[in-house]
Design a protein. Structure first.
Length: 317
């Protein structure tokens, strides 16, 4: 499909979002995504799909302002006489958004416009099936039907129904999905359990550190999951004890290695920040600009500091 309506060039800050990395790791994996679709989409939606043709599509359709809260993936799948586009939106914010259906509609329109540009001779549009993976803390109460955003008459009908576009998105509520009912590939099960546990403050639970599941992951997949867990505000001693208690030497050794890498990376990043802060203030003084306080600069990311430093260097030349 074309690039016309995609939100291209994802900012580096988004690419480094731990939620986004975890989501893309799992559902960028074709067998894991197919398992999710087959488990959570109604059979009437999927019975004519040829899963052998499922192909991950590049890019993202999420508005830039929501990049920190949403991640998305699109698959293209052929059916008997046409094709369908299966769209997964990962909602990793703590509260539900009652306007989600409206944003989903805008994402679908972007997908269709991309399709038209890629297939200029097409005379019909493919069905877009939206599936929302919600990481909210509580049960989702808002309607999943787009038309519910419009007022209705006393009889529950609208006199303007013919003017209202309508669709229903499928919803996976991790908050209400029991751990033992999370099924799929080992990677999918592990990631969904972590996503659920993150909202329950249960990242050190046995369900997350289930050796029977984790042993079936590659070490690269396992590392992304461990990095996600270690990047949260968990008690360091509790994490250390959990890792030490793992019965699998392979998993225990890898987790300890990742923890050591993170400590080293944290130290190196701290040193980089210190150098950048000092250099930025020096450049501001040389250029006769107001000097930003250390407290303000320390609230910025390394990438933000680098961009500010580069801008000041250009102004100095």
């Amino acid at each position: 499909m074309g690039e016309g309506n995609r939100i291209g060039g994802e900012p580096s800050a988004c690419l480094h979002q731990p939620h986004d990395k975890l989501f893309k790791l799992a559902f960028g994996d074709r067998p894991t995504a197919i398992s999710l679709f087959r488990t959570f989409l109604p059979e009437k939606f999927t019975r004519h799909l040829d899963w052998r043709t499922a192909a991950l599509q590049p890019g993202s359709y999420v508005d830039r302002e929501f990049k920190a809260m949403h991640s998305d993936i699109l698959y293209r799948v052929k059916s008997h006489d046409s094709e369908a586009l299966l769209y997964i939106l990962f909602e990793h914010q703590t509260t539900e958004d009652p306007w989600l259906a409206l944003r989903l509609l805008s994402y679908q329109v972007r997908i269709w416009n991309d399709y038209r540009k890629a297939q200029p001779h097409a005379r019909v549009l493919p069905i877009v099936i939206p599936l929302v993976l919600a990481q909210t803390r509580r049960n989702w109460t808002s309607s999943t039907r787009f038309s519910s955003l419009f007022p209705t008459g006393k009889d529950g009908q609208s006199d303007h129904a013919a003017c209202i576009p309508d669709f229903t998105f499928q919803l996976i509520q991790l908050a209400t999905l029991p751990f033992d009912q999370i099924v799929g590939t080992p990677l999918g099960v592990a990631v969904l359990r972590v996503m659920k546990a993150a909202r329950m403050n249960a990242l050190l639970s046995e369900q997350v550190w289930d050796i029977a599941v984790l042993e079936n992951l590659t070490l690269d997949e396992y590392e992304v999951i461990v990095r996600y867990i270690l990047g949260t505000d968990l008690d360091r001693n509790a994490v250390k004890n959990k890792i030490a208690s793992l019965s699998s030497e392979r998993l225990r050794t890898k987790a300890m290695s990742v923890a050591d890498q993170l400590r080293l990376e944290g130290k190196q990043e701290g040193e980089q920040i210190g150098v950048l802060v000092g250099s930025i203030q020096t450049l501001q003084r040389v250029l006769g600009k107001p000097v930003t306080s250390v407290d303000v600069l320390l609230k910025r990311s390394v990438d933000q500091l680098r961009r500010q430093h580069a801008l000041l260097q250009r102004q100095l030349r």
